[in-house]
Design a protein around this ligand. Structure first.
Ligand code: ADP
Ligand code: MG
Length: 258
């Protein structure tokens, strides 16, 4: 549904003690947008994603997921979500994929994928299993459904983590450096799955250092610097003559990979 705003973040700030890590960040993702979030280590990318899915509470600013505003209580410099029920609901609408896979090690891949739909969404188990098998097939690891995470390669584990997130039928997928922990030869298989998702129209916000993904898969690139959005635009603008000096310098470090 083009024109539907899936995620809207307005003027988010986040401090840890006296250290202000996010200094007023705004971002909108329309249905089907694939936004690459780039920036040097320490620029606040992970904190930004963690504020969106409420693993951290923003000190100030507003977040809307699929039009619903996350209600916050802010008093004496402290900040917390008003309703745990709303937090649970919002989290179920945001699929999150981390650098470190984060699969439950004591569960098989299939159990990992059905856990959320069965126990959080309380959906019928047989239906969840059928959907999980289709998702595992889609990410190319249907044959691993009864294996435990430790028996999978990093690339397979990350594809399982993507399937697990998709099983909740999220409105938006958030990725935090999904390929950074992988051996170079396994990066491609995860990027291919992400590219297929993008082509299906999934709304995605992706923190990545994969310049080829930013350039060729995303429709918007946002460059963060020291807790602010330095610049943003289409990949053609950002990687072309429209780049800010800071972004130009940043991508200079990735020279060979563009
Ligand atoms: P990035 O993901 O862009 O590398 P982060 O969001 O992880 O950046 O970190 C941004 C800054 O916030 C860093 O200086 C980091 O040390 C600080 N930071 C992140 N999380 C915490 C925390 N829980 N407590 C204190 N400082 C933090
Ligand atoms: Mg990070």
């Amino acid at each position: 549904m083009p024109g539907v705003t899936r995620l809207s973040v307005r003027n988010i700030r986040k401090s840890f003690g006296s250290h202000e890590v996010l200094k007023g960040i705004s971002l909108d993702a329309e249905d089907g947008d694939v936004i690459s979030l780039l920036g040097a280590s320490g620029s606040g990318k992970s904190t930004f994603l963690r504020c969106i899915n409420l693993l951290e509470t923003a000190t100030d600013g507003e977040i809307f997921v699929d039009g619903e505003q996350i209600r916050m209580v802010r008093k004496n410099g402290q900040s917390r979500p008003e309703s745990q029920k709303q937090v649970d609901h919002i989290r179920s609408e945001l699929g999150m994929v981390f650098q470190s896979f984060n699969l439950w090690s004591h569960m098989t891949i299939l159990q990992n994928v059905i856990e959320g739909p069965v126990h959080v969404l309380k959906r019928p188990k047989a239906e969840c299993i059928a959907e999980a098998e289709a998702l595992l097939d889609k990410v190319g690891i249907a044959d691993k459904r009864h294996a435990y995470p430790a028996h999978l390669s990093g690339g397979q584990q990350q594809r399982a983590a993507i399937a697990r997130a998709l099983a909740m039928k999220p409105k938006v997928m958030l990725f935090d450096e999904p390929t950074s922990a992988l051996d170079p030869e396994l990066v491609g298989e995860v990027l291919r799955v992400m590219r297929a998702l993008a082509e299906e129209g999934m709304t995605m916000l992706v923190v990545t250092h994969e310049m080829s993904f930013a350039r060729n898969v995303s429709n918007r690139v946002v460059f963060m610097r020291q807790g602010l959005v330095d610049s943003s635009g289409t990949p053609d603008d950002m990687f072309g003559s429209g780049a800010s000096p800071a972004f130009r310098q940043f991508i200079g470090h990735f020279g060979g990979e563009q």
